[in-house]
Ligand binder design. Sequence first.
Ligand SMILES: C[S@@+](CC[C@H](N)C(=O)[O-])C[C@H]1O[C@@H](n2cnc3c(N)ncnc32)[C@H](O)[C@@H]1O
Length: 197
Amino acid sequence: MSTTDRNRWNGKYAHRPAATFVDADEWLIEAHDTITQNTPDLTVTRRAVDLACGIGHNSVWLAQHGWDVDGVDISIEGLGLAEQLATKTDAVVNWVKADLDNWRPDPDSYDLAVVFRFLDRVTVPQIVNTGLKPGGWLIYETFAASELDRADSHIRNPAFTLSTGELRQLFDEFEIVAFREETLQDRSVQRLLARRR
Ligand SMILES: C[S@@+](CC[C@H](N)C(=O)[O-])C[C@H]1O[C@@H](n2cnc3c(N)ncnc32)[C@H](O)[C@@H]1O
């Protein structure tokens, strides 16, 4: 499964020009504002992990905003683009080439986990539950099932989309700070900001 994923994503990224899609996601920025308003002591320890970070645009943004970031992805091609973006913007990110099926963080090691456009209903909750410190934050956005109805979408596999309310249910042991199902101009998503108890 992961070998197929790795080859598929390496193929996609190999044909992608560097430095496209470099802005951080708007949900990252908005949720991050809420976090910094609620946890002023985060200036002391700020470790973040970006799971399935792809070309690393969100990792780079977090690094630019004072976080010590691990960007984890299975694709060496994606991480190559990510490092180009980091270099171009003078950001320092620790890129980790790893398969999330096997990679596990040290327990209680991160203050923040972010996940965008990636869904694995087993491994992501396991990783987040293990890796976040108590009180640590999760910012998550990925595609809702209604994405499949959009003629312009590249998402075709229902397994990669969320049923109504599902993202909140996957983290029901967390304190849910914000949960939204959003139909945006270019995509249909669920957005979560949650906190490990
Ligand atoms: C749709 S992209 C999203 C990338 C990035 N988060 C973003 O929003 O642009 C999905 C990413 O998941 C990565 N991926 C897929 N399976 C993986 C696995 N088993 N372990 C680690 N990364 C994986 C791919 O390499 C790809 O970069």
